[in-house]
Design a protein. Structure first.
Length: 320
């Protein structure tokens, strides 16, 4: 379907700098390791704070490392602020935050950054859980509901997270729209339900909604399924969407298509590598690590392979 290069008029990223606050692993690609490189490839300067410093992600048999506490986060931010470095950020990106206290402190930082730069865009990936299972304690969900939703400009929950945040069960397109509208009412002007189980064996379905000057546009996009599950794809999705949403001057359809097409390319390359390293059908967590560096050209110049379809009414149906 071609490259999106001609679609993006606002493609100069020289003045954009992202502060990314999320997890980090020494080996592998989740959290900041999945987000920073793609943003840099797409021309964004990125400063990052690691909420955890782990040897590898938690899907491995053994995990070693340390966790950042609220005091340490505040000290790092104070150092930036006292040197006027907080004034340089055009975007804040956040992902997995394990504890209520750390998330509350992150909310304080987001609020302060927005006071310093009212045009700052806060992109939040509310990593709460998936497939009916929460990864964090219920008190973390309360902070997202009571604080973070009112500060975030863009949120990228999966279906389960959108249901938790909105208190609306998503069973079809109409309830997905209802959930996104509920989240709009709480603050974010752009909501992406990055994946749902409303498709079939061949596709996942994602939904997107954006409110601008009182007008709402909504899209659905079918995402081809792959025969494996990969860590770090949600972190990659949020980072790439931040970049293309900025480059496209807020064009929801184009940024959604570029983001999903990028993930498709990265996953296809990762799967192609699997066929080379394993012939017995037994895959280790190491085998399933995303091939991000090898996909740098796909990240910088994604070939659009999926189409976002506008939802013209809240009752628009989802293909079974």
């Amino acid at each position: 379907m071609g490259s999106p290069a001609q679609l993006y008029q606002n493609s100069n990223s020289d003045d954009y700098r992202v502060l990314s606050i999320q997890s980090h692993v020494v080996s592998g690609y989740v959290g900041n390791r999945s987000a920073v490189f793609p943003l840099q490839v797409l021309g964004f300067d990125v400063d990052f704070i690691n909420t955890v410093q782990f040897s590898n992600h938690t899907g491995y048999p053994v995990v070693k490392g340390s966790v950042l506490d609220e005091l340490s986060l505040q000290e790092l931010y104070d150092g930036l602020k006292e040197n006027d470095l907080d004034r340089q950020y055009s975007h804040l990106l956040t992902g997995f935050v394990r504890s209520k206290g750390l998330l509350c402190k992150l909310g304080d930082i987001a609020r302060d950054l927005k006071r310093t730069n009212p045009s700052l865009v806060y992109v939040c990936d509310p990593v709460l859980g998936d497939h009916g299972k929460m990864y964090v304690n219920a008190d973390v969900l309360e902070v997202y509901r009571d604080t973070i939703l009112s500060l975030a400009d863009i949120m990228t929950p999966n279906q389960f997270e959108a249901e938790l945040l909105s208190d609306i069960r998503i069973t079809d397109a109409q309830s997905a729209v209802k959930a996104m509208d509920c989240l709009h009412d709480k603050g974010p002007r752009t909501i992406i339900i990055s994946s749902s189980e409303l498709g079939n064996e061949e596709v996942l379905v994602a939904f997107a909604s954006s409110m601008t000057d009182g007008k709402t546009v909504r899209y659905r996009i079918d995402i081809p399924r792959f025969p494996a599950s990969f860590n770090g794809t949600g972190d990659l999705f949020a980072a790439v969407f931040l970049a293309w949403h900025t480059k496209s001057d807020g064009n929801l359809q184009h940024s959604l298509e570029a983001t999903v097409s990028t993930l498709q390319a990265v996953i296809r390359r990762t799967l192609a590598n699997l066929s080379k390293i394993n012939h017995q059908g037994i895959l280790s967590p190491k085998d399933l690590e995303l091939r991000l560096v090898q996909s740098r050209s796909d990240i910088e110049h994604p070939v659009i392979c999926v189409n976002a379809v506008e939802l013209l009414t809240p009752a628009a149906s989802v293909k079974e």
